[in-house]
Design a protein around this ligand. Sequence first.
Ligand SMILES: C[S@@+](CC[C@H](N)C(=O)[O-])C[C@H]1O[C@@H](n2cnc3c(N)ncnc32)[C@H](O)[C@@H]1O
Length: 324
Amino acid sequence: MEHVPVLLHEAVAALAVRADGTYVDGTFGRGGHARAILAALGPRGRLVAIDRDPAAADAAARIDDPRFLFRRAWFSALDDVLDELDVPTVDGVLLDLGVSSPQLDDASRGFSYRFDGPLDMRMDTTRGESAAAFLSRADVRELTEVIRDYGEERFAPSIARAIAAARAIEPIATTRQLAGIVAKVVGGRTRGDWKQDPAARTFQALRIAVNRELDEVSAALPIITGRLVPGGRLAVISFHSLEDRRVKRFIAAASTPFGGDPRLARLPLRGRDLPAPPLVAIDGAIKAGADELAHNPRARSAVMRVAARTDAPLPADWPRGLPA
Ligand SMILES: C[S@@+](CC[C@H](N)C(=O)[O-])C[C@H]1O[C@@H](n2cnc3c(N)ncnc32)[C@H](O)[C@@H]1O
């Protein structure tokens, strides 16, 4: 299936694209947002796009535009990418987190319980541990933690034990095997979640773990902030509460003097003596409107948060003390 970009107009508006500005799309995917940013740029604007998926790199190679550059990288390596390109600062960065529709729909990538395929789930297929390798190595405690914390799955301990029992008989190598194991445990017990496949939460948990998705977001946000010009924009679209919570907390802390550190907040300082924070939050949670929801079911869980860089220097110990 084609990837239909979520919150497309809202994201370009959030970046407040200046015709001659330099922007970063940290999650190129199939380039829906990237093309819209290019359309808003003038002839002297630039867009640096990043994605860790080799298939996204192939799609990016088809964009023939002198204002566009692609680097295959993890977005937490933004400093390396920009240093290599000799780009010291940028006017805005967009992250549209999670997986793309082509990733989900390609059975050979192993992201989906809907198709049978090898249990891989890596966005960057050139490095790291596949979901199958993780399932064969992790002990029951680690499996439980991952499935509970990243899948918000209340049956995590039983699923972890079922995985351990199944792999003692044969390796869990395919999506169908895993979906079957989870379905046996969760089965008809998905009260209230009648629309969700019993394996959905476990698959989400493994995907987040294998791709270190939350660590990537936590690592990238302070790096992005450090690269923005005063007035430059950060816009992040999340698809589940675990990600959104991190983005929300980061923006809240980086928009508060001393990162909101409660000990420092008690210092007897007057308002004008407080250090100005590096970010200012813009609007609250931005969600898809009725029109978009009617056409794109993926938009249902999307939340965008936006912030602008102030002209205050970054604290010397940045980002120490900010929430992970
Ligand atoms: C939801 S899709 C983005 C879709 C894109 N905005 C579009 O309109 O086509 C997310 C993309 O980000 C990539 N991605 C996710 N986490 C990443 C990370 N930490 N570093 C680099 N790319 C990442 C995925 O490989 C995927 O292609």
